[in-house]
Design a protein around this ligand. Structure first.
Ligand code: ADP
Length: 542
């Protein structure tokens, strides 16, 4: 017997219409490429998203056709989020930090028909023109009078001229909620990039789950700053969760430096911010140098790579900001776990509380997790035993878009490529990415643990731990370190700093000082590049 409830498909267009009706006055603030601060509202975003819908119809795009963006976080990008998906076309967010050849490859693979870009990225457009052969229309996200006459791009229009002729009303269609809504390619550290293809249903369920109190705890009283880019995994779903909850949204545009981010937090009374550790490192350095304080920021979600304890302490103790350590992947929309405490943790000593906060957290409702040994046998949730982490749930991929080869699933579970422990309370902790784990004398060393200790040293700005081949031990860890400006920390001093903090055999064999650690398109340390740079390196005594 079926239930007798209305079977309303979960549509992304309903998010912006909800925001329009219930939070129409709420502000959407963007720092623009031009450098100025732009203000609009959910009401205007809804109207302009409807104009985008008409503009796409006028191009005669088919249902499911891909409309790409190459854009910073900003209001026009937000309008495209709703306008494109709302009509049943697929929003494809391209990552401008990739090499133009890779962007062209991705655009061809996705068969993008339209590309909307911020003027910052004009050089990329020029580089891929003629290579990205499926793109028929280029739209520059600017006013008509900001469009240079001599771009050399055939048929280029400005976004404002493109949408202006169209009405601000539109009848959003209802269709199967499992239809594709947006897509994002993984960074492709191994082989060609692969695309996660999200659906209306997966996106809305993810927004519900992500807004919950023990997840990001978003509300209409929040002012939300996604520093995480809208060009990678939908800025962790915040544009959708923002519309669902009616939160004020604050977009940083291209200005990601510590000073600009801090100023935006203060001027827009931001209460909640989201970013990867490298972004916060820059902001904390700016604040420490100027002895600055936040007036409104309460929570910050940090993920994408492990959040070092020194950062959690700085936010919490020095600035009174709660850090929500979170974990996820492109393939998971991306939220998988968020670390919020249970009642039983509230009375713990600061050290023991920190041990919980360093974990990546508990699975959201909707995300199932397990850890397995190399034979696929499930391992206990004891907080010590580590194994390959597998996940399943309604916002986790079952396959990649137009993939060659079989589905990545193993008995219905998606292998994350991460190695983790899970404790009896369900808190998951990443030990490493499986390809970064260091195997020494038959034991595993967590590169994250080794890095966390190094960055706790006051003279260290950034640190990456990699394994180096060893004739006896298989591999031994070394740590590549970028010193803070003006810091003098020596190899001996840093190695001594490890004493008593981890087991002796886990202490790196050497410290290599470098000017910079290579970062990838999403701000993560690229250990493959670092290994290449250090390929002639020889361990001491070998
Ligand atoms: P890519 O780096 O290929 O773009 P994602 O952005 O999807 O991929 O990153 C997913 C990976 O990032 C995870 O599998 C995990 O290894 C790492 N990651 C994400 N959040 C965390 C975290 N809080 N701690 C440690 N690792 C993390």
């Amino acid at each position: 017997m079926l239930g007798l409830m209305q079977n309303q498909p979960l549509m992304i267009s309903s998010l912006i219409e909800h925001a329009n009706r219930h939070h129409g006055e709420e502000e959407i603030v963007s720092r623009r490429v031009e450098g100025d601060i732009h203000r609009t509202s959910y009401r205007q975003v809804a109207q302009r998203a409807r104009q985008v819908a008409h503009a796409l119809d006028a191009l005669k795009l088919a249902f499911g056709d891909r409309v790409a963006t190459l854009a910073w976080n900003g209001y026009r990008h937000l309008e495209l989020y709703f306008g494109v998906s709302g009509t049943g076309r697929v929003l494809h967010t391209l990552n401008p930090r990739l090499h133009p050849d890779q962007i062209a490859w991705i655009a061809n693979h996705a068969q993008d028909q339209v590309l909307c870009f911020d003027m910052t990225f004009l050089p990329i457009i020029k580089a891929i023109q003629g290579k990205a052969t499926s793109i028929r229309h280029f739209v520059a996200l600017c006013d008509a009078d900001k469009l240079p006459a001599d771009t050399g791009i055939a048929g280029l229009t400005s976004y404002e001229a493109w949408i202006a002729p169209h009405p601000t009303t539109y009848a959003w269609p209802d269709f199967d909620e499992n239809s594709a809504s947006s897509m994002c390619y993984t960074s492709g550290t191994t082989g060609n990039p692969k695309a996660a293809l999200y659906s209306h249903r997966s996106t809305i369920l993810h927004a519900f789950a992500g807004s919950m109190p023990d997840a990001l705890n978003l509300s209409a009283r929040d002012s939300v700053l996604p520093v995480v880019p809208m060009f990678h995994v939908n800025a962790w779903g915040l544009p959708y969760a923002g519309a669902m909850t009616g939160a004020k949204m604050v977009f940083p545009g291209p200005a990601m430096d510590g000073k600009s981010i801090f100023e935006l937090i203060e001027s827009e009374k931001v209460t909640f911010a989201a970013g990867v550790p490298t972004v916060w490192q820059m902001m904390l350095a700016h604040m420490q140098a100027g002895n600055l304080r936040f007036s409104t920021l309460r929570r910050t979600v940090i993920g994408g790579s492990a959040c070092p304890p020194a950062m959690i302490t700085a936010f919490n103790d020095d600035y009174g900001v709660e850090v929500l350590h979170a974990w996820g992947m492109t393939e998971m929309s991306p939220l998988g776990t968020v670390c919020t405490l249970k009642n039983k943790h509230l009375d713990l000593s600061p050290d023991d509380k920190m041990k919980v906060r360093l974990k990546q957290g508990r699975g959201l409702y909707g995300v199932d997790m397990k850890i397995v040994d190399p034979d696929g046998k499930e391992l206990p949730w004891d907080g010590r035993t580590f194994g390959d982490l597998l996940v399943r749930g309604p916002w986790i991929i079952r396959d990649y878009f137009n993939a060659e080869g079989p589905s990545p699933l193993v008995d219905g579970w998606f292998p994350t490529g991460d190695v983790a422990t899970i404790d009896a309370d369900g808190y998951m902790q990443i030990t490493d990415r499986s390809k970064d784990v260091i195997k020494s004398g038959g034991e595993w060393i967590s590169s994250i643990d080794v890095e966390n200790i190094a960055v706790a040293h006051p003279g260290v700005a950034m640190a990456a731990c990699i394994g180096i081949k060893h004739p006896k031990w298989d591999e031994r860890p070394i740590i590549a370190v970028v010193r803070k400006p003006g810091a003098q920390v020596s190899r001996e001093e840093l190695l001594a700093f490890y004493e008593g903090k981890i087991a002796k055999w886990q202490i790196p064999d050497d410290v290599v000082f470098v000017d910079a650690i290579p970062l990838g398109g999403t701000g993560k340390m690229q250990k493959t590049k670092l290994r290449e740079q250090l390929r002639d390196y020889v361990l001491p005594g070998v």
